[in-house]
Design a binder for this molecule. Structure first.
Ligand code: UDP
Length: 470
């Protein structure tokens, strides 16, 4: 039997969840000589971006793909639901892999993505300590852990609540900004989340990818309320910017030729799409703003905002074909459009980048904070509207454009907000606050910072036994 302590991690399909968990695993190695196995459930074959991340892992981190599960019966269903059911349907093969790890290694813990909380039972059955890696902030975690209580006390649809939802230590959340599954209480998805919210409390601990200066009040309130559950604030954990250098070289070369802080980076995460009309307005709004931009363009989808999560986007039509006629030619001195994917962390760390129009996925948010780049908050789905509320109303490091009565953010509004961020007075204030937040983030992950200490504590707990709460 291998003598090194072994940790298994279980991400869900989707880069936004894989990247921080893998980075978390790498950080654990800085604290102890663990052996780590990353167990990855799959639907189809893994994407190139995913393979690239996994191939770059250090030798102490292995990865195993679980056999693809069938989603034939769920064709056309919301990708979020598909991802969650992939985790559930992968449980038998997960059990096999874990059983073999228990037999051959000193398996001390299983760290799971919250979409995979069903795996808590499997871990307990095999006497492995289960932990959850929560890839977003404490406000969202607080909402999820409070869901059973809200379910008991609220009798109507949450969307019909006259007042915002108030959670201890959190800024009030308007019903339209609540997470997607809460928008329809009769849905199977909501019922699934309710069950998962209860299951999550069975974990031995939850790692939150955040830090005290970001949502400290929510963390403190949560700690008060979850006495039997250890919470570890271990963020910001973001992807290492040295990956993807090749495919990004063109856009980085283009950035090299732009003035310092002049470029707005526009990217909606790893799988989000806009409707055709919205994409058109965004293009014309960028043009109208006369500000420099670097835009990662994806083919539009009129049905689902998260449509490109589970498909190989490069098999799509050419996304540039959907841009307004003559747009690329007219804006060739102003901006660059990039189909599908950009090396986001390298773009955000480039001196020419001065703003980020983002869907407020939590990784993108933390990456922007770590590079001190102020945000235009354009949330689309999942918990992104709550992240946008935290960024705009709580931390005040982002501006949020308003949609018109048809639900579209029109070109004039887009141009106004872009100019506001890039050259306006409000933008300067937002920028300064973001710089302060970056300093606090750097401190949290410095050698004696709060997040580093929290990781050191859990590493020592896994090696030696009980730790103290952080
Ligand atoms: N990403 C990237 N290039 C892209 C789009 C996304 O490198 O063109 C990375 C981004 O840096 C982040 C992740 O993919 O680490 C997206 O995660 P996030 O939580 O922001 O959004 P999600 O993809 O989960 O909606």
């Amino acid at each position: 039997m291998e003598q090194k302590p072994h940790i298994a991690i279980l991400p869900c399909p989707g880069m936004g969840h894989l990247i921080p968990l893998v980075e978390f695993a790498k950080l654990l190695l800085l604290h102890h000589d663990f052996h780590i196995t990353c167990i990855i459930p799959t639907i189809g074959s893994p994407s190139e971006a995913m393979k690239e991340v996994l191939q770059a892992l250090p030798t102490s981190i292995d990865h195993v793909f679980l056999p693809p599960v069938s989603m034939e019966d769920l064709k056309g269903a919301n990708p979020g639901l598909q991802i969650e059911l992939t985790m559930t349907r992968s449980l038998p093969s997960l059990r096999d892999v874990l059983t073999s790890l228990v037999a051959t290694t000193q398996l001390v813990a299983l760290v799971i993505d919250p979409f995979g909380v069903d795996a808590l039972d499997v871990a307990k059955e095999l006497n492995v300590s289960p932990y959850i890696f929560y890839p977003t902030n404490a406000m969202v975690l607080s909402l999820v852990l409070n869901l059973p209580k809200l379910d008991e006390t609220v009798s109507c649809e949450y969307r019909d609540l006259p007042e915002p939802v108030k959670l201890p230590g959190c800024i009030p959340i308007r019903s339209r900004d609540l997470i997607d599954p809460m928008q329809d209480r009769t849905s199977e998805w909501y019922k699934m989340w309710l069950l998962r919210a209860k299951q999550m409390r069975l974990a031995e601990g939850i790692f939150i990818n955040t830090f005290m200066e970001l949502d400290g009040n929510a963390i403190t309130a949560l700690e008060e309320e979850t006495k039997n559950l250890s919470l570890y604030t271990i963020g910001p954990i973001i992807q290492n910017g040295s990956s993807n250098p090749v495919e990004g070289s063109d856009c980085l070369r283009w950035l090299n030729n732009q003035p310092s802080g002049s470029v707005l980076f526009v990217c909606f995460g790893s799988g989000a799409t806009l409707s055709y009309d919205q994409m058109n307005e965004l293009a014309l709004g960028l043009e109208l703003s006369k500000q420099k931009f670097l835009w990662v363009v994806r083919s539009p989808n009129n049905e689902l905002a998260n449509a490109a999560y589970l498909v190989d986007q490069t098999l799509d039509n050419n996304p540039l074909d959907f841009l307004p006629k003559g747009f690329i030619e007219r804006t060739k001195e102003q901006g660059l459009v990039l189909p599908y994917w950009a090396p986001q962390v390298q773009v955000l760390s480039h001196g020419s980048t001065g703003g980020f129009l983002s869907h407020c996925g939590w990784n993108s948010t933390l990456e922007s904070i770590m590079h001190g780049i102020p945000i235009i908050a354009w949330p689309l789905f999942a918990e992104q509207r709550m992240n946008a509320v935290l960024l705009t109303e709580g931390l005040k490091v982002a501006l949020r454009p308003k949609a018109n009565e048809k639900g579209l953010v029109d070109r004039e509004e887009i141009a106004k907000v872009i100019k506001g961020l890039m050259i306006g007075e409000e933008g300067k204030k937002v920028h300064n606050r973001m710089k302060d937040l970056k300093i606090a983030a750097d401190k949290a992950v410095s050698p004696n910072g709060s997040s580093t200490m929290a990781l050191a504590n859990i590493a020592s707990h896994w090696i030696n036994g009980p730790d103290f709460r952080t």
